[in-house]
Design a protein around this ligand. Sequence first.
Ligand code: FAD
Length: 515
Amino acid sequence: MGLDGDSNGDRRTRAAPLQVAIVGAGFGGVGAGVMLTRAGYREITLFERGNRVGGVWTHNTYPGAACDVPSHLYEFSFAPNPRWSRRYAPQAEIQEYLESVASRHGVLERVRTNTEVTDARWDDERGRWQLDTSAGAHECDVLVAACGQLSVPKIPRLDGIEQFAGPVFHTAEWRDDVELAGRRVAIIGTGCSAIQTGPAIAPIVAQLDIYQRSPGWTFPKMDFVYSERAKRAFERFPALQRLDRAANFAFHEFGALAMTREPRLLAPFRAIARRQIDKAISDPELRAKVTPDDEVGCKRVMLTDDWYPTLTRENVELITDPIAEVTPRGVRTSDGAERPADVIVFATGFKSHGFVAPMRITGAGARTLEHEWGARPRAYLGLSVPGFPNMFLLYGPNTNGGTGSVIETIEAGTKHVIAALRALERSGAREIAITRSAADAFDRQLRAALANTVWHTGCTSWYVDENGNDPNQWPWLWSTYRRRTARLDPGAYELAGVRNGGAQRAVAEDRAAVA
Ligand SMILES: Cc1cc2nc3c(=O)[nH]c(=O)nc-3n(C[C@H](O)[C@H](O)[C@H](O)COP(=O)(O)OP(=O)(O)OC[C@H]3O[C@@H](n4cnc5c(N)ncnc54)[C@H](O)[C@@H]3O)c2cc1C
């Protein structure tokens, strides 16, 4: 492929570097920024509405926040950290790690913080993306949306909440300025954030009331501190850390197999979870309250060593009666009881079905992503949507798992993006998009596989909405995701246009399937 001329002074020739905009600077945005840079794509701009890179690890600073996938798996494969302080690193360490990776790999300087992308429009004429951001307009060839699945807090509507006299906040918007020591705190919710923050604050508060809608299964976390000797060993022998990573990956694959294909393998997990309850709680009433009646894995399983012991503390009460209303001084449940509270904490999770929302994305032919998706967001391999050329989603629809590390998923997805960009450049075309037939065929496979997973065995979870739509979960193994994203399936993507800016803009559309 030769270079095209620059006859009209437009410097954007066919060989001009692709300009890439990445929305979001969490693990997805930073990981994509590093991997694209290393692949030779240097014209990258990242937009982050928060005030620093980090994504969920910037936003979730609640006491006790930590990962629940071992850090040797919950880190980039290209940036192993032999010095994690413990098996499951706490929030501040993960935040520091991500910032240091972004800085070491030259991504930090490309991030525009405090800048929200509100609108992205594909310009059919020019074959480029036009972005509106809170700091002005931006134009690029390729759009990568790395907005996360858990970046917009969800707060249920509770009658009377506005009349509550004390502070009210979500775990993802933690208020360090609110003193909890010696106060009465109400936590609403018993999901992943509650089981971390409850045990962390219980020893200092006067009273902790935890309001539960339905319990989830938990497993022992078996967390421990890495000794200095262990850290030095990981430094000297990186293969040790890789081995630990591989072992963790294999264990999580086993979990994925049980949840997606072999339900009989759930039995040992159920036994472990039951034993954890029985060992920690002797009161039959409390045992009954914390024991789920749905299948293990249907809701997000949680790892903890201290949740049940916390519930047995003198100053902690688990309340399972539904909340009727919030009063100026506390929370009233449907049985009429009012429990006083000074502070209310929502540990109620995230709006996990919006993906790119509230950003508005408009693709070819002025069709919006909202319209394309309707009630069910979907994307080929979670990455590509027909009619949205040169656009990729990272950690997009159906790329979350009941087990496994999201960072693995993000890396696999980014490799696919790079393969697509290489195909685009090799061809000299201007646009690459997934074909509708490939996207539809993938969606049919996905639906069929999802129907047989544990997530559809009847429970409420953030994976499935009230209409049965399940846009979050990947219904196969993670090794399958790696394999399927590693290359472009022949004919799955189509190329169009000629990429050289002004001179040949009028050249007839040159459609070709990527083979
Ligand atoms: C408390 C918590 C603990 C978790 N622990 C684990 C774990 O142990 N293991 C695991 O695998 N996963 C875990 N997860 C899931 C987590 O979402 C992923 O691991 C990963 O961090 C996702 O990275 P991301 O970059 O895709 O999304 P995020 O980290 O959510 O980052 C997205 C970023 O995009 C920004 N953004 C969104 N829209 C716009 C816009 N329009 N303009 C500008 N910026 C925008 C957001 O502000 C955010 O900073 C956890 C999630 C939470 C909330």
